[in-house]
Design a protein around this ligand. Structure first.
Ligand code: PLP
Length: 384
């Protein structure tokens, strides 16, 4: 059966003659699907600049494909900068979006030609002024991430009042301080969050206008949700929320809009194939049936932490009667449990050697895989 989150190319790869010889687990990423998703998103949104969040999937073929489509890149470290440059990105297409940077990294980024830096504190701003004089900077404001399955809040962002002060201070330190950013949290399920964030940005803009300055550039971070097990708001719905939010928060003086999509570009372009290692009916720890896979929390499925991201699963025995199952990874670590509360149902006759495919797993999997915890290899990717 071909699922809507798969593609003919992925299904053909999973079924081809060599499939049995490929050790699992592995991720298959359909590059055409990455390109289609990026273009669809770019067409649907009223936004000018797109910076792909490299951490979602830093694979060289992904970066090269997105360079070819004219994307920019949101980078967080020197290795991410180098990966983008190696893939052919121009340095002026890179946004150093991490607000926590070593001085040596700011200096190195500048040497590599990067000219756009994020900050959210006075001390970080001072570092940029010292090591990248004259650069363009943007200030990240704190934003409520309620509704996000994978929040990116708490350790980031300043208040609206401080943002206005810091942006004024940026110009007096010789920087081009004209930008603002926020992130509503990754896998954001409540589209109202974009509206709230746009109004917060609008209030910072009003404060600056009182001082004769304007916000010229607004970076709206990422956060677009992907359909894992449950339906989510579509691109069009969120595009409408953004359009309305921009016009009510900024009126006629709307800034140029940027966006840093990660998950939505790559998640649904990939499927992980894994194999069942063991099934056991246990009478300990509340009892129940456990299914152990050859992939776990430490080899790519980090986002199952707190069962935050619930992937859709497919097995080679999906026609059989199903049993509620607890699902875990193969390592000797008690935290290496994927799902024990979310009531996943798997075929009752599933056993060692059977196949479990994990849908929409192209984002935040290879990049979160450990280098070899317990000797289990980092997640392999086939780019097709
Ligand atoms: C992780 C991250 C993104 C991407 O978020 P998604 O939810 O994957 O779209 C964008 N911007 C910043 C600053 C990030 O840290």
């Amino acid at each position: 059966m071909i699922d809507f989150q798969s593609t003919k190319k992925i299904e053909a790869f999973l079924a081809d003659a060599g499939a049995g010889d490929r050790p699992t687990p592995y991720l298959v990423l359909d590059m055409e699907s990455v390109a289609v998703r990026f273009e669809r998103m770019r067409d649907a949104l009223p936004i000018s600049d797109f910076y792909y969040a490299v951490k979602a999937n830093p694979g060289a073929p992904v970066l090269r494909r997105l360079v070819g489509l004219g994307a920019g890149f949101d980078v967080a470290s020197i290795p991410e900068i180098e990966a983008c440059l190696a893939a052919g990105a121009a340095p002026n297409k890179l946004s150093y979006g991490n607000t926590i940077k070593k001085e040596t990294d700011i200096a190195q980024a500048r040497r590599l030609g990067v000219d756009l830096f994020a900050f959210d504190s006075a001390a970080e701003l001072a570092k940029i002024a010292k090591l990248a004089p004259g650069a363009k900077v943007f200030c990240r404001i704190a934003q409520d991430n309620e509704g996000a399955r994978w929040p990116l809040a708490g350790k980031f962002g300043c208040s609206e009042v401080e943002a206005a002060e810091l942006l004024l201070s940026a110009s007096s330190q010789g920087l081009q301080g004209t930008g603002l950013s926020f992130h509503v949290g990754s896998q954001q399920l409540d589209s109202a969050r974009w509206s709230d964030a746009l109004h917060a940005a609008g209030r910072v803009s009003t404060r600056l206008r009182a001082q004769g300055r304007t916000i010229e550039w607004l970076n709206m971070g990422g956060g677009f949700p992907v359909e894992y097990r449950d339906p989510v708001s579509g691109l069009d719905e969120i595009a409408t929320v953004i359009e309305k939010g921009v016009s009510s928060a900024f009126g006629a003086s709307a800034p140029r809009l940027a966006f840093e999509p990660g998950r939505i570009v790559v998640a649904e372009a990939g499927i992980i194939r894994s194999t069942v290692v063991l099934t056991a009916d246990r009478d300990t720890n509340g009892g129940g049936r456990w299914v152990y896979l050859d992939i776990g929390r430490f080899s790519g499925l980090a986002e199952t932490l707190d069962e935050a991201i619930c992937y859709r699963l497919r097995t080679n025995k999906d026609g059989s009667a199903k049993l509620i199952s607890k699902i875990a990874g193969p390592t000797c670590d008690g935290q290496d449990i994927l799902y024990e509360r979310r009531h996943y149902k798997l075929p009752a006759d599933l056993q060692a050697g059977d196949i479990v495919d994990i849908f929409a797993s192209g984002a935040y999997t290879t990049s979160y895989s450990t280098v070899g915890f317990n000797g289990f290899a980092p997640l392999v990717t086939y780019y097709i």
